[in-house]
Every structure is written in C-alpha cells, then in structure tokens.
Design a protein around this ligand. Structure first.
Ligand code: GLY
Length: 398
C-alpha cells in the first residue's frame, strides 16, 4: 500500500511517496545508528585532546590522520555527530557536535576554494536544523557570501579551485555546495545565492555530462567567454572514465536541486544519472561501486564505500519524487546499499578502524592517496542514509 507522507528529516523537508519499508533493513539501520553513536563517541574523546583538528582517515599502521579546518572534509565529523545527537538525544554527543563545529567555523570567511559549502553546511547546516540560533544562521549566510565571490557571471559558474593548470576549473563535486546557497537565501531573503546556485546547476548540466548521463570530473572554462576549453579528470581513472564518487555527487546534487527549486529539469536529470548507475553492467550486485566504473581491473578493482553511501542517501530521497516501479527501484537499491555497508565487510567493529564507522573507501586513486581506508564523508552520508531510512519507517508506521 502506498501513502503520501510529508515529513522533516536531515537537512530538508519533502513529500515522499513511500512503499512499506523493510522491517529487516529498519532493524539493521537502527542497530547501525546505535553502533555509530558509540564509535563516534570514542572518536570524539580522542579528538578532544587535539585542539583545532578534525579526523580525516588512518594510515597503513592504523594511526589516526587528522586535518585542520581548511581541509575539504572538516565539516563531516561534526555533521555526523549532529545526526547521531539527533538520533540518540544524547546531550554529550550534542556537546561534542557543538565543539567540533566550532573548530570549522573560521571557514565561513574563506574565499579561496569552493569546499566551504561542504565544510559549513554539513556542520552548521545540521546544527541550525536542530537548534536554530542566530549564531548558526549567520555563519551559514557569511559562508554563502564567501562562496558567491567565486561566481563569475561571465562564466555562469562557481570556480572550484584556484590551484592547478586550468583557467577556470569546475568539478562535479561543486554541485554539493549549492545546498548551502539555497538555504542561505531562505535564511537571509537574499535571492542572489539562489540565483547563483541555479545558474551553476544549469550550466553544469549542459557541459559536465556525456550522452549516457555519466559525468566528467572536471570542466575548465575560458573565463572571458564562458566556453568550456577542457574536459577531464583529476581523481578518476581517465578523462573519459566515470569516477564513482563524481557520479555520486552528481546524483545527490541534482536530486537536491530538484528539492530546492521544484524544477522538473533537475529531477529528469537526476533520474537519468540514477539509470546510468543502476543499469550499469560495471555496478556490482551489492551496489557499492568500484572506485571508477572504468577501472581496468574490474572485478578486482577497489570499491569506494563513500560513493556507495552518497548514492544510498540520494536514492532514498529520489524515491520520494517518483511513483510506482521507479520509486521502488530506488528504495530497493538504497536498501541493498544499507545492507552491504552495514555488514562486517564494510562496517567496523567498536574501537577498531581508528574509530571510523565504515571501511573501504578511496580518496584519490591516481594520487595513491587514501586507498582502501575509512573516510569521514563515507561515514557522514552512511549515517544520513540510515537516518533518512528510519524516518521513512517511523512515518509509515503511524
Ligand atoms: N570533493 C573531493 C572528493 O570527492 O574527493
């Protein structure tokens, strides 16, 4: 039986057409959230003695690697703590979430990279959703102002990086920073943030995607004309390959753009990306992708749990925007991903894996960096997906 439901969770509110959710998956999601809260409480204890640092990954010997606030992943640990505080209603985890968010607050004024959206919206966006204070709201609005300085109207896109050989590089990951802009318009009434986000999403849709709906990692533009002059990759296998996390950012990004704008063009695009992923012969049966869909040594290539977790969270949301078989297809895919990521193959044991939640992600294969390791963003989107799933279930039961 299908029912129309309206509910609020994670960073947004949306209407969802839900199928009866699986009790088996729900139980596993609940258990995994309880485990994640315990595991990240251990991590928070370790981090208390490391002022101004955030967890990043582990090295070959299992030793914790941290980063400063200016590394692009800094907001994920505080963001995950906010989700876990929400789930457990545990005041100590809430205090940890506040403390770790404070460590990234200085990024609100940074204008030299696009990642401030990830850093501030995963941390303070969740903080504000749960505890809407003026302080948190202003941090988000300040960040939107900083990010907007990177938008060149001649190009019609936010510039991703200032480093490298490119004139005006834009990477597909940048779609994820738009969520902060959409919400900064809601919080401030300044429509310029919304307009920048829509312009960026539209032009990315035109130039980043191939005819099969797969995405290039990077497109560089001529800053005077706004015409693309190079399409390629930095973190994928080759310029023409489909880097798995890039495809995940694209799926999540356009699903979120549809939520924020109600523009059907973004939904249609997200659906094409979803079909590319789910009908791809190089997608494993357990739906945790290899690090690149075109990695030459498939089926022996490394998997990327982070890409699987991002897709999983996006599929749950996308299932709410379509009906019938299509909706079921996305929810079933997400359920399979939850089951795989929650199995001992991917989920760590308490106190192991450097106190990260998931194993087996890939940071940047071509740079031989963060190969087959835990990563905070895999944990963040996994926990977000679990929260989205159990909220789906709670509402169906009512
Ligand atoms: N945003 C950088 C990455 O996905 O590795």
């Amino acid at each position: 039986m299908k029912r129309i439901l309206v509910f609020c969770f994670s960073l947004f509110t949306f209407t969802i057409l839900a199928f009866p959710v699986s009790q088996k998956v729900t139980k596993i999601a609940e258990k995994s959230l309880q485990f994640s809260a315990q595991q990240y409480s251990l991590m928070a204890e370790v981090m208390k003695d490391k002022p101004n640092l955030l967890p990043r990954t582990i090295d070959d010997s299992g030793k914790l690697i941290t980063s400063k606030a200016n590394w692009w992943t800094s907001g994920f640990f505080p963001g995950t703590l906010w989700y876990l505080a929400e789930y457990t209603k545990n005041e100590k985890i809430r205090t940890d979430a506040e403390l770790m968010s404070q460590r990234v607050a200085n990024q609100q004024y940074v204008t030299n990279n696009h990642d401030v959206g990830f850093m501030i919206y995963c941390s303070y966006g969740n903080g504000y959703r749960l505890y809407p204070t003026d302080e948190y709201k202003n941090i988000i609005i300040n960040t939107a102002r900083s990010l907007s300085t990177r938008f060149n109207p001649k190009v019609g896109l936010i510039r991703s990086w200032d480093h490298g050989k490119w004139q005006y590089p834009v990477i597909i990951d940048n779609m994820m920073n738009l969520e902060l802009l959409f919400n900064a318009t809601k919080f401030s009434g300044d429509s310029s943030f919304y307009n920048i986000a829509v312009a960026h999403a539209n032009k990315t849709m035109i130039n980043h995607f191939r005819s099969d709906a797969s995405s290039y990692h990077l497109v560089s533009y001529n800053p005077m004309t706004g015409i693309p002059e190079l399409k390629g990759t930095v973190q994928g296998y080759s310029d023409s390959s489909s880097w798995a996390r890039g495809q995940a950012w694209a799926l999540y990004g356009y699903t979120m753009c549809y939520r924020e704008t109600n523009d059907i063009i973004f939904l249609k695009h997200a659906l094409r990306i979803a079909d590319f992923l789910l009908s791809n012969p190089r997608m494993p049966n357990d739906l945790i992708p290899y690090w690149d869909f075109d990695a030459p040594n498939i089926p022996n290539a490394l998997r990327d749990a982070s890409a699987g977790a991002i897709m999983c969270s996006a599929f749950i949301e996308l299932s709410g925007y379509v009906k019938g078989k299509e909706s079921k297809r996305f929810l079933k895919a997400a359920e399979k991903q939850i089951l795989t990521l929650s199995s001992p193959q991917y989920q760590a044991k308490l106190g192991e894996n450097g106190n990260f939640i998931l194993k087996h992600s890939v940071g940047s294969f071509p740079h031989n960096a963060e190969m087959d390791v835990p990563l905070t963003y895999a944990d963040y989107y996994y926990v977000e997906a679990l929260m989205r799933y159990i909220h789906l279930n709670e509402k169906v039961k009512k």
